[in-house]
Design a protein around this ligand. Sequence first.
Ligand SMILES: [Zn+2]
Length: 379
Amino acid sequence: MIGHYPYRAPYGYVNIRDENKKPTLKIDPDKEPIVKFIFDNFLHGMPIKEVGKAARKMGFNKSGNSAIRRILTCPAYAGLVKVQPYKGKKERLVEAVHPAIIPSYLYYEAQKRLKDNGPRTVLTKEMPLRGLLRCECGKPFSGGKSKGRNQYYWYYRCVGHEGHNYSAIKIHKKFDLLLQEMSLSDKRLNYIRESFEKKFEKRMEEKQSNLIRIKKQLSRVEKKMESLEEKFITNQITERVYKRWNSKLEPEQLTHLQQLSKWSESDQEYYNRFQSQLPRLGDIRHIYHAASLTEKRELVKLWFKQTLTWVGSYFETIYIMPVFTVNVMKLKGKDILNINNNMQYIQKSDVSTAYGSRTRPSSVKGRCLKPIDQRGRFV
Ligand SMILES: [Zn+2]
């Protein structure tokens, strides 16, 4: 079946059977120019909304901005077909039997653009973890509110999961508890401060001895240069000899001067920053609550690198900032946070690129692939 198309034909194609009675697609010549127009204009920078308006004037009969997105994300137009995940193999695209409407590089370019211009996560102070916290399926939570008797109730929601709605109050409460547990004890803060000071002291000693050594070397070279100059002025050596020696001594002098400036840089600022930041780790819950919405999100990214996941009643994460590791180890089995290095649904590429606050238009992904039965009806 590889390369065949057992789904409903996307806009611009018609379902047919090939000579072996296998399902495939035929281009619909009336609609083909519209598909080309949509890709072409989107890739030339026209906003999706405008693309939609213009395409509709040409006869494109599907409404809504997501209709255009569905065209742009459908691999069939590039002559490709999705192969569903099978026996541990990931979902992938293979060359289809049917003819392409656009070259595949344009399809891939469009995916890249869509990812870059994806809808910004709407930020509200009621939902600081929206787009950051993940559902157990790996998708970042979206969210919303529903009207109760007297007020709105906020909830986190998975776009790919019917019924995966979680009360924001419940999640935030657990998150508070987590931050409280992550916060470093006075004992640990003291330990970190002491080892920092030891290291810092050692570095200062090293610095001192380096400075003494470099200054000595520098003064030796400079003495040589002086005496060389004197000899030249008093005609004891020729200009040629002077120049030859000077060209050896000058680079040496420069090297020492560079090292001197490097080792003379003050570490005071570094020291002060450490001393002022360290106590903050003693109450990160307070820090988090005192922060602005954007700062909150930056903190969460810093602490968990967007791998924090809600699994119904507690959190799971792949990454935790190393300074908290000791505390988090103690949370094992406590129904608060579980470190799980095996969360395969979070792809490495997601972890490394998911620093922005943008989310993918995942809700429309693959919607053009509706299975159909032998007679072309929807399953
Ligand atoms: Zn989900």
